[in-house]
Structure formats: structure tokens, C-alpha cells
Design a binder for this molecule. Structure first.
Ligand SMILES: *Cc1c(COP(=O)(O)O)cnc(C)c1O
Length: 427
């Protein structure tokens, strides 16, 4: 059963929590307690680890018997842990999915779960997604051609990379992309307004797929459990991880994996110039900041939405601060890390992954000799306009991303105005 971070709801079954997204008291759904799983004998495939990790949450679900099939589909591409050039240095590659970012795993899981829970007689559900680039593409890909769903993507015009824009507009069918004359915050405001519009929702069912959804949080624990359990079996050591962090969904998933018994060691948070978390973990009171645009745009978050979960899982601020280190990496440093990474690490990182590499470099400089995995959240080819000039050569897109880039893309212009969005949703 699931509770809310705000504690004002009765114990809630997972199927209700998955469909609702946000808890009715305005909080975020959390497991009533973390089940423990024996990860000492690693599973053969990522999909098997995912099934093992998620099964305890789905014992009372209508999806229980279908869980292995859902995991097989959602986790159909690997998340390899590869050694980098330095001793103990590793990278956990989460970018082998159709949109070349880690969000593919959870979006694919959520889409299949919601499809499985859907009443076939109900009218189609429109998933409204505001995106700064990566979420929208992963959600579009995951729901593309899924019967019973359509997807409306809102992204800030001119503020995503050219390849990200292509990845949002290349789907067609039941997916429509809108380039909004405004910022990401405008897009998010519009999406929230729609989800709060009860009159609209009464006739046109809406859904969300943002990073606070349990259906995105829980599946992400699988790749940490998989990598860490294999690492322990092969090397006898606990794997520490550095997670490029925006809304804290991915880092919370590492925490979930560890809380369930996966041999994940320390979790460090690599942030860009949006330094809400580094300030908090350095001892300041928590204070959301206005969002700042950086080279690592998928981490441009001033009010990390999953912070409320992390805080909930610790007795008080001191306990939380004792558990994590968070550091901010500015754009100049991101550029320097990308430029030097091929020689230093044998790797071309995306700007997000570069923030985590910087934290790794600092750890090594301070004499830390433990094994670390830098979490590679996106493929560098997705951010070619940043990466290619720095490394001095073209970065080839992986095959699935290239497929999307080969299709035509289109996005309609939309004013940052709720009436314009409402008209589209009421169609
Ligand atoms: C979404 C995203 C992040 C941030 O992940 P959170 O779960 O929001 O912390 C980091 N890197 C990339 C490439 C992303 O798409």
C-alpha cells in the first residue's frame, strides 16, 4: 500500500496511485514501507531485475501477472556498466532507448502500466506533458500508437536543442507537439492548469506522466539494482553512484534501490547552475530558486519536485543532509569537462553526464579510491550543438535516435495562453 508525503490519505493501492499521479492531499505517493529483495544472486537480464524489484509493489495489482511481460517490453534495451579510463571509474549508460535518455525506461513502463489499467470502454486519455526536452520525447515514444491514449507535448520554442526539437515533433499519429512562445515554466503552468480544469476533464480525460509519478519513480530503481548487484557479484564491492540531477527522480530511484537492499553505496548529486539542492545540502534552509537556463537543460530545475519524497524518507533535515552530497557545476566547467573527457576518461559525455564526471574528478583529486559509477543520462549526440564544437568531431546518433531523426518532424506554434491549449484539448 502507498501513502502520501503529506500523510493525509488512507493507505492506497498501487493501481490507484499509478493512475492518479499526484496524491489527493497534494503530496507525492510513497511506499508505506520499502520491501526488501534479495539481490545477492544477480538476475540475467535487466528486465528480470526489474520484475524482481517491482514485484513486491504489485502483489495487489491488477497488473501482477502481466508484470514480467511489461518489464520485458519496457526494459528491452541494456543499461551497461562500463569501465572508464581511471581505476574504479565507471559509467552506467542509460541512453540506449529510443530517445537516447534514461527517461525512456520509466516512460515505457508507465505507458504499459496505464494501458493495462485502462477501462477499454472509457474515452481516450490525453497525456499532457510539459517538457524542457527529454521528458516529452520519452513520453511521446512510449505512448506512440498505444490505443486509448493521445499525447500533447508543450515545449518552450527555441529553448531545446535542434535534435531535441526533432525528437519531440517526429511522432505523428496520436502524438502532437506544440512549441510554446514562452519558457519551460510557462509550459508547466499550462499543463497544470489543464490538469486542474475539472470541467474540461469531465468530458476529456487527461493524464500526466511527469517525474513525480510513481510509475516513473519505481521502475528506475531497476537499473541501479541490476548494475550494483552484478558489480558486487563480480568484484565484491559496493558501487557508489553520481547522478546528474534536476527533479531528483533518478536520484530518488537510486535511494529506493538501496533501501530495498540493492548494494548501492553512496549517492552523490551532480547539479548544474541551478543550485537549490547544493545550497540545501550545504546547510541552508530549503529554498526553491527561479529556474536558470544552462547547457544541461534537462536539469534546469529550481524547485526539484521529488525533494519532498527525499525529505519524507529521512527523520529530519540533519539526517537527510548527512546522507547526500550535492554539488553545482557551472556551464564553463561543463564545457571544460566535455572538451577533456575523451583524453581523460575515454568518453564523450552529454552536458548532463559531464556534471557527474566533474564530481568524479573532484573525488579522485581528493584521494577517494572507491568504485564509482557516473550515471550517463543522455547520449551526447542529442546535444550535438554543445558537444561537437568542444570535441572537434561529429558525434553519431545511436541507431534508434537516428531512426527518429530520419522521420519528418512538425510542431505547431502555441501562445503561452491557457485558452489556446484548452481549445486543443477540447477537440
Ligand atoms: C531528466 C534528465 C535529468 C534529470 O533527471 P531527474 O530525474 O529530473 O533528476 C538529467 N539528465 C538528463 C539527460 C535528463 O533528461
Amino acid at each position: 500500500m502507498f501513502t502520501s508525503t503529506r500523510g493525509q490519505i488512507p493507505p492506497t493501492p498501487i493501481d490507484v496511485a499509478l493512475v492518479a499521479g499526484l496524491a489527493p492531499d497534494g503530496g507525492l505517493y510513497v511506499p508505506g514501507a520499502f520491501p526488501t529483495v534479495d539481490f545477492s544472486a544477480p538476475a540475467g537480464s535487466l528486465a528480470e531485475t526489474a520484475t524482481r524489484t517491482l514485484a513486491p509493489y504489485f502483489t495487489g495489482s491488477a497488473l501482477r501477472d502481466r508484470l514480467p511481460a511489461i518489464c520485458a517490453e519496457a526494459f528491452s534495451f541494456d543499461a551497461p556498466l562500463r569501465a572508464l579510463a581511471g581505476p574504479g571509474d565507471h559509467v552506467l549508460e542509460l541512453f540506449h532507448g529510443p530517445t537516447a535518455a534514461f527517461k525512456d525506461y520509466a516512460a515505457r513502463f508507465l505507458a504499459r502500466a496505464l494501458e493495462g489499467l485502462r477501462d477499454p470502454a472509457a474515452p481516450d486519455t490525453t497525456i499532457v506533458v510539459a517538457t524542457s526536452g527529454d521528458t516529452g520525447a520519452a513520453v511521446a515514444s512510449a505512448f506512440h500508437r498505444r490505443p486509448g491514449f493521445r499525447v500533447v507535448i508543450l515545449y518552450p520554442d527555441g529553448r531545446v536543442s535542434p535534435r531535441q526539437a526533432h525528437g519531440l515533433g517526429c511522432w505523428g499519429d496520436n502524438v502532437a507537439a506544440y512549441r510554446v512562445a514562452g519558457t519551460f515554466d510557462d509550459c508547466q503552468r499550462l499543463a497544470k492548469q489543464a490538469l486542474a480544469d475539472d470541467a474540461l476533464r469531465a468530458r476529456h480525460p487527461l493524464g500526466s506522466a511527469n517525474s513525480i509519478s510513481l510509475g516513473r519513480l519505481l521502475p528506475q530503481a531497476a537499473y541501479y539494482a541490476h548494475a550494483a548487484s552484478h558489480f558486487l557479484a563480480a568484484r565484491g564491492e559496493t558501487l557508489n553512484v553520481i547522478v546528474p540531477t534536476g527533479n531528483l527522480g533518478n536520484a530518488c530511484a537510486a535511494f529506493v534501490a538501496r533501501s530495498m537492499g540493492a548494494p548501492v553505496g553512496e549517492i552523490r548529486l551532480a547539479c548544474n547552475g541551478n543550485d537549490t539542492l547544493p545550497r540545501y545540502f550545504a546547510g541552508d534552509d530549503y529554498a526553491a530558486q527561479p529556474t536558470r537556463a544552462t547547457l544541461a537543460n534537462a536539469m534546469d530545475v529550481g524547485a526539484p519536485s521529488n525533494f519532498e519524497r527525499l525529505r519524507h524518507w529521512h527523520a529530519n533535515d540533519d539526517a537527510l543532509r548527512a546522507g547526500f552530497v550535492a554539488e553545482s557545476v557551472d556551464d564553463a566547467t561543463i564545457r571544460a569537462v566535455i572538451r577533456d573527457a575523451p583524453a581523460r576518461h575515454g568518453e564523450v559525455p552529454c552536458p548532463h553526464t559531464a556534471t557527474a564526471l566533474k564530481l568524479l574528478q573532484d573525488l579522485r583529486a581528493a584521494g577517494d579510491a572507491r568504485p564509482w559509477a557516473v550515471v550517463a543520462t543522455a547520449h551526447p549526440a542529442k546535444f550535438e550543438s554543445v558537444v561537437e564544437p568542444l570535441v572537434g568531431h561529429a558525434v553519431e546518433p545511436p541507431p534508434l535516435l537516428a531512426e527518429g531523426l530520419a522521420r519528418p518532424a512538425r510542431a505547431e506554434a502555441l501562445a503561452a495562453d491557457y485558452d489556446a491549449l484548452r481549445a486543443i484539448l477540447a477537440r
